[in-house]
Design a protein around this ligand. Sequence first.
Ligand code: ADP
Ligand code: DAR
Length: 372
Amino acid sequence: MTSSLETVGNGEDVTTQIRDIRAAQPGNLMARYFDEAYYCSLDEAKRERLHKIIRSGIENPDSQMGAYAQYCTDYEDFEPLLEPMIRDYHNISDDRLIAQEHDWATPTSGYNLEGVDARLKDVSMRVRVGRNIGAFPLPGAMTKSSRLEFETLLIEAFSVLMEDPEFGGEYLSLTPGSSCEIDEETYRRRIEAHQMFKDMSGDPYLESGGISSDWPYGRGMYISGSQDFIVWVGEEDHLRVMSMKRGSDLSALFSRLHGGLETLAKLIPDFAHSERYGYSTSCPTNLGSAMRASLHLPLPNLTKEGRDLEHVKETALDLSLAVRGVGGEHSEAGEGGIVDISPRARLGVTEAEIMQCLYEGSVALWSLENAN
Ligand code: ADP
Ligand code: DAR
């Protein structure tokens, strides 16, 4: 008997849908590695769980990964499907152990862009990590009540952080009726400053993954008085902890994040972490360090004044870098061909290696931009 979970949308069998996606969208890693025999071997409860994990990749065939974990245990419980997807995305061959090490030790000097070119003295720099607290389901499986419970827990922690001499600041909530709720104008201004995350309810991938449910309840942002240490609450992961500022000293930016992260971690329950996959995240693309370190670089030559990102994406890939638009994922280049450059690797590389890749890769890209 076909369970209700084996049919989605117009009642078509899920295995047929995935077979069609595999043919039409070879980049969809969920469809590429989905195994019908494995799926049919699962009992109904596990099929229900697996369907929630892969629903985003079914409803959005153009997905890269096509899956969002709902619980940290999903990575072990559905390893036959998720591991090959993770190995493919993170370029970890079958003969190499998946293991995540952490190292935040960067040279105290030397990652200074101004020393490479005076034109790089005032670059928009940002480094962020995703973190999830093991005691809660991941965002895709949270209820409105658990989202509000989580936000309350963080507001308590932030009330202590607000008194910290280095990281003191304020919490801006999006939860209607919250004592920290901000108005539309403030929300818009913080988005324009790239400090706050956008309305998630408009993202079809996140919607299919359950991650934007109950928007905007349980969402908000902590920001330090110095405006360079920020914590997102309730975005794609429980927390996105970041340091962001204009300048050229990547080492200082990186140390600022590490200090803030260590200070915050003392105030809240443990982050979900495993030796194999490092910090557990909603999206398998963010596993490991869960770190994305980025620069906004003006590359008018390599982007043909921002009109063509494909060429610069190919060039950047040779430097282990990914390119996004100036508004982040799924956005276009900014004026003067400004694009978001960041190392692609997250899993199997340390935090220090990511910062080194950002520095060396960006210097090489800048040299190519100015070659002709
Ligand atoms: P994430 O980096 O959190 O995975 P996005 O790529 O969507 O997700 O970026 C989130 C926000 O951070 C976007 O508004 C984007 O413009 C901003 N951002 C990313 N990198 C930088 C940077 N180097 N300088 C300023 N803003 C940045
Ligand atoms: N919709 C996801 C995006 C993957 C990477 N970006 C994240 N996690 N924000 C996909 O599978 O395409």
